[in-house]
Ligand binder design. Structure first.
Ligand SMILES: NC(=O)c1ccc[n+]([C@@H]2O[C@H](COP(=O)([O-])OP(=O)(O)OC[C@H]3O[C@@H](n4cnc5c(N)ncnc54)[C@H](O)[C@@H]3O)[C@@H](O)[C@H]2O)c1
Length: 454
C-alpha cells in the first residue's frame, strides 16, 4: 500500500483520523513536523536567494542567449522586474578585465576624449562609438543587451565594434558598483549616454522598463558622474517625442513640452528635468539631444521603415496610419550619419563640468538641441520610396492612427544646433533608405544566416 493511500480524500476525513492518534504518536509527529519545517525553511531561503541573485543584467544576458534563436515577441521581452538592483558582480572586474577597459578607453589622438558610451550595442550607440574611435578618441561601451528587440543584432553590432577596438562592458546603468568601478579604472572626460528603453508603443506593455532605464538608470549614472573627482561632461539622448501633442511647427527648443503623448515621452521629459537638477546642484555639464526618427544601416527592427522593408519583401500587408479626417502622418526622418555628426558636435562643444566629488564649484553648461532633418515626409511617401528601391509593390492597409503614443507628425527646427554645433544634415530620405536597404539585404541574406529581423 502506498503512502498516498493514507491521504484523506476530504478535510472531514482528515479530522477524524487526526483525533484517533494517541498522545506519544503526536509527539513523534511534532518532531517530524519540526524537521519538515526546518527543511522547507531552507528551501524557501534558497529560493529567495536565487530570486535576488538573478539581477536584471544576468536575466537579460541569459534571456538574450536563449532568445537568440527565437523571434522577439512582446511577451518574451524583458519581463523580469527591471527595478531590482543588480547584485551580479562576477561578470566584471579583475586585472584582465581592467586592462581591456583601459585599452578600449585609451586616447589615441591629440586633445582626444575618453568617452563612456552607454547603449553602445544599440543602433545609435554603435555608430557613435565607431565614429569616435575612428577619430582617435578612447571609447568604452556599456550595454545590458536586453531583448526588447532581437539581441543577435546587438551582438552583431558588438562584434563590429570589437573589430575596431571598442570593448562593450555587459552591464546595467542601474548597477552603481559597476559604474563606480568603471570611473575608478578610467577617468572619463565625457559620457555619451544613449542607453534607454526606446519605442513608444511598448510602453503600454512594459511601463516599468521605461522607468527603470530612462529615469532610475539616468539618475544612477548622474550620481556616479557627480561623485567623480574630475566630473565628465555628459551628452545624452532625449527625444523629439517630448513635443508630444504640440501643433506649432516646426518644433523649436523654445516651445513648451508639457503634453507628452506616451510614457516614453514622459520619461524623456523627466530626463530633461533631472538633467537640470544635476546641473544646478552639482555643476555637471549636460547636453540633451532631441533626436527625430533616426534611420539607417544597423537600425532598430521595431521602427516602421525597418519592418516595412521586411514585410514588403515577405508579401505581408503593412499598416499605414492616417490622422483625423484622413490627415497625413509624417515624420522628420533623420539619417544616422547626420545624427552622429550632431552627437560629435555636441561632445566637441561641451564645456567641462565644474564640480568635483559631489560638490559644485560654479555654474555649468546646460543645453538642449533638436537633431532632425527639417523636412517631414508623409509615411505613404516613405513606402513609395521603399517600393521603388525594393522593386516590390507594398500591400498597404490604411487605418486610423491608434491612440497608443504615436503623434501625427514631427518637424524639427534645427537652427540652434546649426549655430552652436555646426549641425547640417545632408542625407535625404531616398539616399538614406538606399543605404539602409543595401545593408538590410546583405545582413539578412541567407549566406549571413541571420535570425529573424523582428
Ligand atoms: N532611434 C531613434 O529614432 C531615436 C529617436 C529619439 C530618441 N532616441 C534615443 O536615442 C537613444 C539611442 O536609441 P537607439 O535607437 O539606438 O535605441 P536602441 O534600443 O537600439 O539602443 C539602446 C541601447 O541601450 C541598451 N539599454 C537599455 N536599457 C539599458 C540599461 N538599463 N542599462 C544598459 N543598457 C541599456 C539597450 O540594450 C540598447 O542596446 C535612446 O536613448 C533613444 O531613446 C532614439
Amino acid at each position: 500500500m502506498s503512502h498516498l493511500d493514507h491521504t484523506p480524500s476530504t478535510p472531514g476525513k482528515f479530522k477524524m483520523d487526526k483525533s484517533a492518534y494517541p498522545y506519544h504518536g503526536g509527539r513523534l509527529r511534532w518532531h517530524s513536523s519540526l524537521a519538515k519545517l526546518t527543511f522547507w525553511s531552507f528551501v524557501f531561503i534558497g529560493i529567495i536567494f536565487i530570486f535576488f541573485y538573478r539581477s536584471p543584467s544576468s536575466v537579460s544576458s541569459s534571456s538574450s542567449s536563449s532568445s537568440a534563436t527565437t523571434t522577439t515577441s512582446s511577451s518574451s521581452r524583458f519581463h523580469s522586474d527591471p527595478s531590482r538592483r543588480s547584485l551580479r558582480t562576477s561578470s566584471w572586474g579583475g586585472p584582465a578585465w581592467e586592462k581591456k577597459v583601459q585599452t578600449s578607453a585609451r586616447i589615441r589622438s591629440r586633445n582626444g576624449f575618453s568617452v563612456l558610451v552607454t547603449g553602445a550595442a544599440g543602433f545609435v550607440g554603435t555608430h557613435v562609438s565607431a565614429a569616435l574611435k575612428r577619430r582617435g578618441d578612447g571609447v568604452l561601451g556599456l550595454d545590458n543587451f536586453n531583448d526588447y528587440y532581437d539581441p543577435t543584432l546587438k551582438r552583431a553590432r558588438q562584434e563590429l565594434l570589437e573589430r575596431s577596438g571598442v570593448f562593450i562592458v555587459e552591464g546595467d546603468i542601474n548597477d552603481a558598483a559597476l559604474l563606480k568601478k568603471l570611473f575608478q579604472v578610467v577617468p572619463f572626460t565625457h559620457v555619451m549616454h544613449l542607453a534607454a528603453q526606446a519605442g513608444v508603443r511598448y510602453a503600454m506593455q512594459n511601463p516599468s522598463s521605461y522607468v527603470h532605464s530612462n529615469v532610475a538608470g539616468f539618475v544612477s549614472l548622474l550620481e556616479v558622474c557627480k561623485e567623480a573627482t574630475s566630473q565628465p561632461a555628459i551628452v545624452w539622448a532625449s527625444s523629439s517625442s517630448v513635443y508630444g501633442l504640440n501643433t506649432k511647427v516646426p518644433f523649436s527648443e523654445k516651445d513648451k513640452t508639457d503634453q507628452p503623448a506616451s510614457l516614453y515621452a514622459a520619461t524623456k521629459k523627466a530626463g530633461e528635468e533631472i538633467a537640470h537638477t544635476y546641473n544646478h546642484i552639482y555643476g555637471l555639464s549636460l547636453t540633451g539631444l532631441r533626436f527625430f526618427t533616426v534611420y539607417g544601416p544597423w537600425g532598430r527592427p521595431d521602427m516602421a521603415y525597418f519592418f516595412f522593408t521586411k514585410d514588403i519583401l515577405n508579401g505581408k500587408s503593412i499598416p499605414i496610419f492616417e490622422g483625423e479626417n484622413h490627415g497625413t502622418v509624417a515624420r522628420d526622418f533623420t539619417y544616422i550619419d547626420d545624427i552622429v555628426k550632431g552627437c560629435l558636435g555636441a561632445l566637441d562643444t561641451a564645456q567641462k563640468s565644474t564640480g568635483s566629488g559631489g560638490k559644485k564649484k560654479g555654474p555649468a553648461q546646460l543645453r538642449v538641441f533638436n537633431l532632425g532633418n527639417t523636412s517631414p515626409v508623409p509615411v505613404t511617401n516613405l513606402v513609395t520610396i521603399l517600393e521603388r528601391i525594393l522593386k516590390v509593390k507594398a500591400k498597404r492597409n490604411v487605418m486610423k492612427l491608434p491612440r497608443n503614443g504615436d503623434v501625427q507628425f514631427t518637424h524639427a527646427n534645427i537652427s540652434l544646433a546649426h549655430r552652436e554645433l555646426g549641425y547640417k544634415p545632408t542625407t535625404d530620405l531616398q539616399a538614406g533608405l538606399k543605404k539602409f536597404v543595401r545593408w538590410y539585404l546583405n545582413y539578412y541574406s541567407p549566406a549571413g544566416k541571420k535570425a529573424d529581423a523582428r
